[in-house]
Every structure is written in C-alpha cells, then in structure tokens.
Design a protein around this ligand. Structure first.
Ligand code: SER
Length: 631
C-alpha cells in the first residue's frame, strides 16, 4: 500500500464519520514564539482544544507536517525520523472514548488490513490525581471480543509473558500525553490527558531487547526491542495544568488522535523499515547512487544513509515553509541538520564535492509531488540554497579542523564553542577527539547548549507579529518605508526579489530578501532615491480586504513561506484613483503587500530615508538596515 493511499484512506474514513478535512499547518508555528516547530497535530489546534470554536466544527481530520528535534539522536534505526506526517482526528468536545477506540481499531484492521491478532494496546494505569482508565480497558476488551480475541489486561510488565496479554497498563511516562510530557513537567495552562496507544507486532525482535531499559523483563509493547511499533495514539485531552500544580478538567472532553503516516505505512506493508517505503526510497536511491554504496542490513552504512535521508528531507520541508539557514531559532536547527547530513555523508565517502547535498532535494519533491505541490514549486531555489550552505560549511570545516589541532584538551565547553562558531555537530567533535585519544564530556556540552537555547527562546519571545517591535508612531512610519523599500528594490535591482524577513523598531527598519550577491553602491543609491521620491509624492496608503487568491492575482507581495488566511488585508501605496483594487495590475500602484498594518495615511509624513547598511544574512539572503530622519 502506498503512503498516499494510506493518507487518502484515513482522511476519507473520518470524513465519512462527519469530520471536516483541514489542511496541514506550516512547520513553523504562526503566532507562537514559545516553540520553534510544529511537532504534533494538536499544536495548531490548541485554542480549540481549550474551548474556542473552530470554524470547521467539532470533528476535524488532517495530515499534519511535524518536526521533532528531540528525536534527532534516535534517527538511524528503522523507525525514528525528525520530520514526519501525523495523521490526526479530533473531537472538540464532541465524541469520546466509546467512538474513538472502536473507530481507530476498525480503520487499522478494515482499511489498512492489519491482522487484529497483531495489534496490542496500552492504557493509562492511573496516578494520585487521575484514576486508572478503566473505561478504555472495558472498551478494548469488547473490541477484541468482537473479533474473537481473548484480551487479558497485563497489570504489570511481568504479566507480559501471559499468552493472552493484550491490554498493557503503563504509568504517565508512557500513557500520558502533553507537549511537555508527564503531568509534573507540564507548565501552567498546558492541556494534556491519559492516552491509549496501538502497537503493531512485527513478529520478532531485532535483537535489541538486551539493550533496552527493560532487558531483564519479558518483551512487551513498549520495550523498545524493535518487535512492536507504536502506530496510533488516542489522547483523551481533558485536563489543563493549573498554576498551583493541580490538573483541572477542561470545559470540554476532547479526543486528540495522532498516528505517524510513516509507521502506518510500515505496518500496512508488514515492513518495519520506514526508510524502504515510498516516503524515503527515492532519497535512498539517490544517496546510493552518489556514494556508490548499497542500503541493506543494519550496518553503519545503512544508518548513515537513513540519517542523511531524514535530515535532508526535514531540511527541505522546513525551507518550503520559509526557514533559511542562520544562527538563530529555526534557521539554526536547519543549519544543524545540513551539517549533520554532511557529516554522515563523509561516513559514506562523500567528502569531495559537497554540492551533492543539493541533488538530494529533488527526490523530496518527487515524494511529496501529489500531497504538497509547493515542495515542487520551490525546489529549484532550495537546491541552490542547500548547495551554498554545504559549500559554506566546507570552508568553516577546514578552519575548524586547523583550530582543533591547536587545542590540547577538548572539554564540553570547547565542544560547544566549536559547535557554535564552526557549526561542528557534536558527533564530529567526538570523532575528532577520539583520533587524538580524548573523550569529551557530553553533560558539559549540553549544559552550554541549554544555556544557549534559553537565550534564543528569550529572544524569540520578544518578537512581534509582522516583525514590528511596537505600534508606535516611529515604528509605523518605518513600516511604511519598509513597503516602499521592497517595491524600490524590485523596481531598481531585480523584479524577482522577495521579502524573507523583517524587523522594525522605532529606531530603524531591517529587511531580508533573496538576492545572490552584494548590492553595488550605485544600486543602493538608486533604491534610496526612489523611496525618497515616493515619499515626496505624498502617496496615499490604503488598506483593502480581499480573498487571498485575488490578492495573489493582482500581484500583492507576500512573505516567502508565510501562511495566510482565506481573506487577507492588502496595503496599497499609491493606488491610482478610480481603479477597482481587486482588478488592479502592478501598473496601477507603487506597492501592494499582504499586511496586518499599521501604516501612515500618506507617505509625505515619513521624512527622509537613508540606507545605513547592506550585508549578507545567510545563504542567498541580503539584509538592509534603513533609517528615517526629519530633514
Ligand atoms: N498529540 C498526540 C501525539 O502527538 C496525538 O496526536 O502523539
């Protein structure tokens, strides 16, 4: 069964049960500076799980693009990936356990054709504040009985040896879901609840049982030995953490179901290696071709190929959603993925021409051609950016290696400095260190890393919508100047320039845009002159609301990678009198942008515009700082 069949079946199955299909949200969460990436299907739906009305009703279904950086060290085995698609269905205060558990079981057995005998489930065993989930236990017993299976409850893991053990009870470490994990770890306001998972039995272990944390106990669904794979998770999202540490029932009982598409495909095909499914095989084929090596058994080569394939896919999907390599936030994670890819590429002998990284982008577009056509649309540009990033790292790598030769003792702090300055992934430093007989302290490295993470979180929390620091008079003027600047760059330098980021304070504006080289002083002068000419012309600034598609048709500018609602506000500067904005062409205005404002009414109030600085802001991205003065 192909991945697209599984995705289509899931959406159709829940649609037939009254659910509205909603599109995947961006990998970069909108208006949520507390987290870098969308890491689960529920994340974009949090306001609705907490009680806000969703415009599409109380039953929703989707396939959500997700990225989990915390899983990065686990990638390399048969099933962990950083980027994945999560098939999800939601009841927002509508149905609950009685519908959810039989439905998902019927989907897995009926639609995917999984043998019920190979399905095992887990249920929350209870703790001091939330009791054992006896409702789910009873529902599962009934479900199994209907398909002729005796389902015993395994109260403790030693009972796993019982031949009819089917329903396994676990504590909050395994059967409680919130974005932060167990109840103690949830911050105030965070929703969560007990969950019930379904595992597919692949029949035999991978020989990893000895290495698992439960090695001295009988094998069971959560024992990590590779025999079982979790394929479905129904969260009964009904609690919210309070400031006093207690859990309060939400005003509505929700179902948050998530099942990894990659894993469902693996189960449907009875093939536990997700990297051999059609969600990865085109990538693996190109890696095999580039390296001249063969993907196969559980070897170091296979592991390196999986990591390379996973990381490049995640990098491409991030870039499709507007992330660019940088030293901060999402861009920093992207940079780390590309650098780790190069490291694992080295293990495959790919050391000479690092531009091979760019060639791995095309198979990602091939994989998602049917489901995410925007990958295909942006792939040429992404290929170039990946190549540039690889070459840039190639240079710092040489520099970093020569620095390392000078260091006598490589401790965790130095490892972090190498990571931060030269982008050396942890694994690479360890490998270098081991060549000289040294070991590096991981705990110390992580301490430095966490300090850095806390700092970038604080910086992210200071960001405002639309890149504006505030809505004061000076910031508003610079915001209008920012629109004039983008239009002037397109008119004087290159019409294909697009905004890639903005940051406007009361003191200055900053714009990031795609352009492959430094702008010449003449170009900068021409651009600033045009902005000032438009200020002198005292053009009118008007806001018109219109459907997103029309805004696109009339040529209004949007930021690369941003997602916009169906109706958008468009700010025009200098829209000619008598023109219907929805019929306008670029000749009818000086500038038109998707924008939430605020702006001045007329450009004449802006003063004089000056460009203070032009510099690189990452691969293929330039940055301009500009000021307004009263003279
Ligand atoms: N929120 C749960 C998860 O991410 C189910 O969707 O696993």
């Amino acid at each position: 069964m192909t991945s697209s069949e599984v995705r289509t079946k899931f959406l159709a199955y829940y649609k037939a049960r009254g659910h509205t299909v909603i599109p995947s949200a961006s990998l970069v969460p909108e208006n949520d500076p507390t987290t870098l990436f969308t890491s689960s299907g529920m994340q974009p739906l949090i306001p609705y799980l907490l009680g806000q009305k969703h415009p599409s009703g109380t039953r929703l279904v989707d396939s959500q693009k997700s990225f989990r950086s915390q899983d990065i060290d686990e990638v390399g085995d048969n099933r962990h990936t950083t980027f994945f698609e999560m098939l999800g269905n939601w009841s927002l205060g509508d149905y609950f356990k009685n519908e959810q558990l039989p439905w998902i079981f019927a989907f897995l057995t009926g639609e995917l054709g999984l043998d019920p005998k190979r399905l095992y489930v887990s249920v929350f065993q209870g703790n001091e504040s939330v009791s054992k989930d006896t409702d789910s236990i009873e529902i599962w017993k009934k479900i199994y009985k209907e398909v002729g299976i005796t389902a015993d409850v395994a109260e403790s893991r030693s009972a796993a040896a019982s031949k009819d053990a089917r329903i396994f009870l676990y504590d909050a470490r395994k059967n409680w879901w919130s974005r932060s994990g167990e109840p103690e770890k949830m911050p105030p306001g965070e929703p969560g609840g007990p969950d019930s998972e379904v595992f597919f039995d692949f029949g035999k272990a991978l020989g990893l049982h000895e290495q698992s944390q439960w090695s001295n106990e009988p094998c069971h669904p959560n024992c990590d030995c590779g025999r079982f794979m979790e394929i479905a998770n129904s969260v009964f999202m009904q609690y919210q953490k309070q400031a006093d540490g207690s859990l309060k029932e939400l005003s509505q009982k929700n179902v948050d179901f998530g099942g990894g598409l990659e894993r469902m495909v693996a189960a449907a095909n009875d093939n536990r290696d997700v990297f051999t499914s059609d969600l990865f095989s085109p990538l693996i084929r190109v890696i095999e071709h580039a390296s001249g090596k063969t993907y196969g058994e559980e070897t170091e080569t296979t592991r390196a190929m999986r990591i390379l394939a996973d990381h490049i896919k995640a990098a491409v999907m991030m870039m499709v959603d507007g992330v660019l390599p940088s030293n901060k936030g999402q861009g920093y994670i992207l940079r780390r993925l590309v650098r780790r890819s190069l490291l694992y590429g080295r293990k495959l002998g790919l050391t000479k021409d690092l531009t091979y990284i760019g060639k791995l982008a095309a198979p990602v577009a091939e994989i998602y051609a049917g489901s995410y056509p925007d990958v295909t649309e942006k792939i040429a540009e992404i290929t170039l950016l990946l190549q540039e990033e690889a070459l840039r790292f190639g240079k710092t790598l040489e520099q970093g290696l020569s620095e390392i030769k000078k260091i006598a003792v490589l401790d965790g702090k130095i490892a972090f400095t190498l990571y931060e300055t030269y982008g050396f992934p942890w694994e690479m430093t360890v490998e270098i260190a081991s060549e000289t007989g040294q070991t590096v302290d991981r705990a110390q490295f992580e301490e430095e890393f966490n300090k850095h993470k806390a700092l970038s979180r604080t910086a992210a929390a200071g960001m405002f919508k639309g890149g504006l620091a505030d809505h004061g008079e000076d910031t508003t003027k610079l915001h209008t100047a920012h629109h004039l600047l983008l239009a002037s760059l397109q008119k004087c330098v290159d019409p294909s320039i697009k905004q890639r980021g903005s940051n406007i304070t009361a003191e200055r504006l900053r714009i990031d845009f795609n352009f492959m080289r430094k702008l010449t002083p003449e170009e900068l002068e021409k651009v600033a002159d045009l902005v000032n000419q438009k200020i002198k012309e005292n053009l009118k600034v008007t806001r018109i609301e219109m459907p997103r598609e029309i805004a696109e048709t009339i040529g209004a500018q949007r930021e690369f990678g941003q997602k916009y609602p169906d109706r958008v506000g468009v700010y025009f500067v200098g829209l000619r009198d008598g023109i219907d904005p929805e019929q306008a062409t670029p000749d009818d205005y000086f500038s038109a942008e998707f924008c939430g404002g605020p702006h001045v009414g007329f450009t004449g109030t802006l003063g004089h515009f000056t460009i203070r600085k032009e510099e690189s802001a990452g691969a293929g991205i330039r940055r301009i700082y500009g000021l307004l003065s009263t003279t």
